[in-house]
Design a binder for this molecule. Structure first.
Ligand code: BES
Ligand code: MN
Ligand code: MN
Length: 457
């Protein structure tokens, strides 16, 4: 442990400088304008893996953004860890809300502010540095494979194909991912599940063209008004999702499981204050921890239609649209939920409009085992590094590829996240504590050490 701490201490500034270099690539996967930056980020990651000592490093082309692969196999009898992460990031907009430019990492108050600082560049890069550290300090306790992709934020479509076509190359005993949250450095925690996702776009069409809102208003249904009503009807008076069959496959936790989950520290006042809301909202009968971890939800991500430019334009729009996401929990299936949504939305549409529902990417929920050697190794690594036991929690976000690793490769995942829910993921002023970055680089080598040790017992 002391050796690890000393190595981190001696290389602190360089570790930070390298992360800053990575953060300067605007590798936004959603926007084709950044294609070159995405490719440059991939090359940068491959280069750093090579320098750290990885072999067979390759920037693997796909139909979309490349996947960076690298490995260090020292001994086939050692257990193998497949590290997954993503070098792509969400778009930075709205740009005007950033205090400092999103792709010019800036430190304020001990935190790195940049798009991707936490999700996921700052987190996956800890694994590259932990790998370097292990190589420098002696023999690697495990075999390590890296698979860092560039399309996580847009649904990992091509990674799915890559995984199916590279089963032999990706063989491993566990998948290790740092792309989730912990409670805090004082209260370490490990996520033991992720929600799934069903994402749809809806379009409501009224008249065949935009109309003068004085000449026609009052005589023709306004699609924006109808869309608002339809959306409002998707939750009932108990804030439950109002789609028949939506909860059908939801696994209810036992009272003791719920009790255990709610033992995690949660301060409602701080939570409200951080978000600037006066009161919380959610499904009746469940706590905030449950609402964001073990319950399915429906959210409008964006809504538009008609005139939204400067000043006023009197118009009755022909169309109005919205993007809607549903977070899923075991054993809901994204394809089933998408179908239920579509059928319901089409059924409730009044005769004076037409509706169109277009599905986007989806993903399945997962629960990761807590009785595996790998999970135990993670727990032990956390307690050594933090001097405290990690609390198991359930994450609200989604990493759809985790379910696919299980299905296609038969490998379970350990979610060793070092971010905080309040790190402004996908939002302006995304940040990552420098302390969390270094703590991660200290904890990850311990995971490899304990995983190797416990595997031998
Ligand atoms: N790293 C996040 C997921 C996450 C964040 C899990 C915090 C747990 C805690 C990941 O990059 C992400 O944003 N995933 C998307 C899904 C994807 C299909 C766009 C999400 O959750 O919205
Ligand atoms: Mn992520
Ligand atoms: Mn993300």
């Amino acid at each position: 442990m002391q050796q690890i701490k000393d190595y981190v201490e001696a290389n602190k500034q360089r570790f930070l400088d390298e992360l800053f270099e990575l953060l300067r690539f605007p590798s936004v996967s959603a926007d084709p304008a950044f294609k070159n930056d995405v490719l440059n980020a991939a090359e940068f990651v491959a280069g750093k893996l090579r320098v750290a000592g990885a072999e067979n490093v390759e920037v693997c082309p796909t139909a979309g953004n490349p996947i960076v692969y690298g490995e260090k196999i020292t001994d086939p009898s050692k257990p193998t860890v497949l590290v997954y992460g993503h070098y792509d990031v969400q778009p930075a907009d709205p740009l005007e809300l950033w205090k400092t430019p999103p792709f010019e990492p800036t430190v304020r108050d001990g935190k790195i502010f940049a798009r991707g600082a936490c999700d996921d560049k700052g987190q996956f890069y800890m694994h590259v540095k932990a790998f370097e550290l292990l190589q420098q300090l002696g023999e690697l306790p495990t075999n390590i494979k890296f698979m860092i992709e560039g399309e996580e934020e847009v649904g990992s479509k091509n990674l799915g194909i890559f995984v199916k076509n590279n089963k032999e190359r990706l063989k491993a005993d566990v998948v290790l991912i740092s792309d989730t949250s912990m409670i805090s450095l004082d209260t370490p925690s490990l996520e033991t599940g992720l929600r799934g996702l069903s994402y749809v776009e809806v379009e409501v069409t009224g008249p065949n063209r935009d109309l003068h809102s004085g000449v026609y208003g009052g005589a023709v249904a306004n699609p924006a008004t109808i869309l608002a009503k339809l959306i409002a009807s998707l939750h009932d008076e108990h804030n439950k999702v109002n789609i028949p069959g939506f909860y059908e496959d939801v696994v209810e936790l036992t009272p003791s499981e719920r009790e255990a989950l709610n033992k995690a520290p949660f301060n409602e006042n701080e939570y409200k204050e951080d978000l600037g809301v006066n009161a919380l909202w959610g499904e009746e009968g469940y706590t905030t921890i449950e609402r964001t971890g073990i319950r399915p939800t429906l959210e409008v991500n964006g809504i538009w239609g008609g005139y939204i430019g400067e000043g006023a334009k009197t118009v009755l729009p022909s169309k109005a649209s919205a993007k809607i996401s549903m977070r899923l929990v075991p054993n809901q299936k994204s394809s089933v939920i998408t179908e239920l949504f579509k059928a319901h939305f089409e059924r409730i549409a009044p005769p004076y409009v037409k509706v169109k529902v277009t599905p986007h990417h989806g993903g399945e929920p997962v629960v990761t085992p807590t009785d595996s050697i790998a999970y135990k190794a993670a727990v032990k690594a956390f307690s050594t590094a933090f001097g405290k036991d990690a609390i198991p929690t359930r994450g609200g976000g989604s990493i759809p590829i985790v379910a696919l690793f299980e299905e296609e490769l038969g490998i379970k995942t350990v979610l060793m996240g070092f971010g905080l829910d309040s790190d402004n993921l996908h939002s302006p002023n995304e940040k990552y504590d420098i302390a969390n970055y270094y703590k991660g680089i200290e904890t990850i080598p311990l995971f490899h050490k304990y995983f190797a040790e416990l595997s031998q017992l």
